[in-house]
Design a protein around this ligand. Structure first.
Ligand SMILES: [Zn+2]
Ligand SMILES: [Zn+2]
Length: 266
């Protein structure tokens, strides 16, 4: 059971799409990527066990990617968590996390610890080894220091790689990270008519996401991080990506489970 989206929107959510965040998992372990909305509720809504969450990877310091952390940490403690929660982030993001720990005394009277791990900004850095999969990171091109992730599943039933671009402009390092992956999850914040804005804000258009997928030679492309004004027009982003990439291009639903190799033809 490889992954699901806890959100698929850009910085402003809508009634149907929340800020982009993901959960990768095996039957025994869950790793969260970014943390927005009510994360504890999202874990439950996704049919996962909050106590199986071993780690959280925080990609960058922008609010829409990390504001749920105090709530997650607080809920975990109240629910009786005992196991240490491991949180991974770049040094620049870490200062925000330390600020959270000070602002909300997250570990005070809590039955568990939160352990922070710095991710060095290096290409192909091995962030963590979970049960059934491992995660590598690579710096990408955004307004704040940020990382793309490659999740490699090596469980007997699930094998292969999923790459998540996070927020970025089209980026050679991300193409290298995504080389030959089964699935590329790429942000598509804007339509190509807004290419100038996408470039200045460190984002990608539908047309460009298709180009990245084609260059990386991935099997499937899933789009996400849609600007709120496009939530009713996501097919246009999909159509753009299909102009530059001949493989399947999917628009994800939230809390829908994705498996490697199980393309449903959406
Ligand atoms: Zn974002
Ligand atoms: Zn961002």
């Amino acid at each position: 059971m490889p992954f699901q989206f806890f959100g698929t929107s850009g910085a402003i959510p809508s009634a149907t799409r929340d800020n982009t965040a993901l959960a990768f998992y095996s039957p025994t372990e869950v790793v969260l990527v970014d943390c927005s909305g009510s994360p504890y509720q999202k874990i439950l809504k996704g049919g996962l066990d909050p106590m199986r969450v071993s780690s959280l990877i925080v990609t960058h310091r922008h609010v829409d990617h990390l504001y749920g952390i105090p709530s997650l940490a607080h809920n975990m403690g109240l629910a009786g968590r005992r196991a240490t929660l491991h949180v991974y982030a770049l040094p620049e993001t870490m200062s925000i996390l330390r600020g959270f720990m000070k602002l909300f005394p997250l570990e005070e009277k809590m039955p568990y610890r939160i352990e922070l791990h710095e991710i060095p900004p290096r290409e192909g850095y091995p962030v963590l080894q979970a049960q059934g999969f491992r995660v590598l990171s690579t710096p990408v091109k955004h307004g704040a220091p940020n990382i793309g992730l490659r999740v490699e599943f090596d469980a007997p039933v699930e094998r292969g790689a999923v790459v998540y671009s996070c927020d970025t402009s089209p980026c050679p390092a991300l193409i290298a990270l995504a080389r030959g992956a089964d699935i590329l999850i790429h942000e598509t914040t804007f339509l190509h008519s807004d290419a100038a804005r996408a470039a200045s804000d460190g984002h990608t258009t539908g047309y460009q996401a298709g180009e990245v997928a084609a260059r990386a030679g991935v099997t499937r492309l899933i789009l996400c991080h849609f600007e709120a004004s496009l939530h009713d027009r996501v097919e246009e982003l999909q159509r753009e990506a299909r102009q530059t990439y001949s493989g399947p291009v999917e628009i994800p639903g939230e809390f829908q489970e994705y498996r490697l190799g199980a393309y449903a033809g959406r």
